[in-house]
Write a protein that binds this ligand. Structure first.
Ligand code: FES
Ligand code: FES
Length: 173
């Protein structure tokens, strides 16, 4: 067992974990943070995306001990109390989900994308989210949600941001 000390969603945790334990397992099984989901376990789908020290990572591709001394943010720490993060709000308002399984990872990756590029083009959004798979293929509304969140976060209206219509499905590319 290896000692692990990590801050998750603002709370500090100290645990002894097996060196082979994945970060996603630690979050779900030890901390009960089941909002972070496992879609593939092989770093393909992005459903398990969280932020580690401010950068989005696929938590099934990171060992828990690699987060030692670091700070993790999960979907469960994204809202400010009862106030949803603008990206969460936009996913809700744009109906950017069907079964919802990919949603936590999509939102975490979108937040990360917007922190690096606050005003992405549609192409940049699709490129930024290409590591996250939606098996319901609801990509069109996901892109519209990111555009809407970008507009809200930069104080622009949707009309001036040129958001795409949110009524189609399709692939990211
Ligand atoms: S569960 Fe981690 S990428 Fe699919
Ligand atoms: S909404 Fe079902 S996998 Fe994306």
């Amino acid at each position: 067992m290896t000692a692990l000390s990590v801050k998750v969603d603002g709370v500090k945790y100290s645990d002894d974990v097996e060196p082979r334990m994945l970060l996603v397992q630690y979050l779900r099984e030890k901390l009960g943070k089941v909002g972070t989901v496992i879609g593939c376990d092989t770093s393909n789908c992005g459903a398990c995306t969280v932020h580690l020290d401010g950068t989005s990572v696929k938590s099934c591709a990171v060992l828990a001990v690699q987060a030692d001394g670091g700070e993790v943010r999960t979907i469960e720490g994204l809202a400010n109390g009862s106030e949803l993060h603008p990206v969460q709000k936009a996913f809700h308002e744009c109906h950017a989900l069907q079964c919802g399984y990919c949603t936590p990872g999509m939102i975490m990756q979108s937040v990360s994308l917007l922190s690096e590029n606050p005003n992405p083009t549609e192409h940049e959004i699709r490129e930024g989210l290409e590591g996250n798979l939606c098996r319901c293929t609801g990509y069109q509304n996901i892109v519209a949600a990111v555009q809407s969140a970008a507009a809200e976060m930069s104080g622009k209206s949707l009309a001036t941001a040129g958001a795409a219509p949110a009524d189609e499905t399709g692939s990211l590319r």
